[in-house]
Ligand binder design. Structure first.
Ligand SMILES: [Zn+2]
Ligand SMILES: [Zn+2]
Length: 328
């Protein structure tokens, strides 16, 4: 079953697990309509009225991963092993099948389809946050992943009983910035970037897409909602969802059209499960200091690092200009 072990020198968690039996992937794509029996029973779906669960007729379908890293049916156990800490991998790993059309990609899915995907993200996060053993949730969406066996478009949701290392670092930075300045760091970024405009890719009524000041990869993009809110799932509205769907479609078409359709990884960062606190007073100011957002890294497999320091050879201002001028 495996366990989460903490490296006490780095403060980082590692999932140690037995190698899983690789899920059955034959000739047939298990995510295509009509092949629902090839996947575990669905967790949620948007489907035509009258269409039965685990059959065709859906537009977005969520299934548990066949060989999950984290499992909902486990008990949450925190344990000390001598000086070390370990936790059972209690959580959930779900696959959000974004479209019934096998050939769809992030760039070809229409706005209406993206909108449904965005609502499903919110619905799954809300549902899982009702489980107090779950402390943090990340949704990632990869395109043309190296070695991927399934090309059907999907996102992966991972819900875990601890805070993701990367998220904890972001939360800590945001909180420290707020403690010092009494302002949200992301709101400050929005103010400065829209005033300077050099790294802005696109602005809409509800969102700003920009290349971050210290981009880790050429053409990295962040999408920040103008309206301050720490939790994605609580702040999506019909207007902002359609605005975001339009913006994402434009950005992905730009990647495809002007950068040769590179692989990419998109991550949705939302606030951790505030109902599930380990220490009293934890995240006391998170409503003010954290700001949900999306990050997209093209060519994630080509990131260059030296001892943890990213190296990029394209100035963010140049990348932003390129994306702005070639906006699809
Ligand atoms: Zn398929
Ligand atoms: Zn903010």
């Amino acid at each position: 079953m495996g366990d989460l072990r903490k490296d006490p020198t780095r403060g980082q968690w590692v999932l140690v697990r037995p190698a899983g039996g690789s899920p059955l992937v034959g000739e047939l794509c298990p995510f295509c309509p009509g092949h629902e029996a090839l996947t575990p029973p669905e967790v949620a779906a948007y489907r035509k009225e009258g269409a039965a669960a685990d059959g065709p007729g859906w537009s977005v379908r969520v299934i548990p991963e066949a060989d999950p890293y984290f499992r909902i049916e486990l008990d949450l156990a925190r344990e000390g092993v001598g000086m070390y800490d370990k936790i059972s991998p209690r959580g959930a790993t779900e696959l959000i099948v974004e479209s019934p059309r096998h050939e769809d990609t992030a760039a070809t899915m229409g706005e209406a389809q993206w909108e449904q995907v965005l609502w499903m993200y919110a619905e799954r996060i809300r549902d899982l946050k009702g489980d107090l053993a779950i402390r943090d949730i990340l949704i990632t969406r990869r395109h043309r992943q190296l070695g991927a066996r399934i090309s059907h478009p999907y996102s992966r949701l991972v819900a875990i009983p601890i805070i993701f290392d990367e998220v904890r670092r972001k939360l800590t930075e945001a909180r420290e910035y707020y403690q010092y300045k009494r302002r949200c760091v992301y709101c400050d970024i929005l103010r400065q970037e829209t005033a300077e405009a050099a790294r802005v890719i696109q602005e809409t009524a509800h969102f700003v897409a920009l290349v971050p000041y210290a981009a880790r990869a050429p053409h990295e993009a962040w999408i920040l909602p103008r309206q301050h809110a720490c939790a994605y799932e609580a702040s999506l509205t019909p207007e902002s969802a359609s605005d975001l769907a339009l913006l994402l479609g434009g950005y992905f078409r730009t990647l495809r059209g002007s950068l040769g359709d590179p692989p990419f990884e998109m991550t949705l960062y939302t606030a951790p499960n505030r109902a599930s606190k380990v220490l009293p007073g934890e995240w006391a100011t998170i409503g003010e200091d954290y700001h949900w957002h999306l990050e997209v890294i093209p060519q994630p497999d080509r990131l260059t690092r030296v001892g943890g320091i990213y190296v990029t050879e394209t100035p963010p201002e140049e990348a932003a200009r390129h994306l702005r001028e070639n906006w699809g």
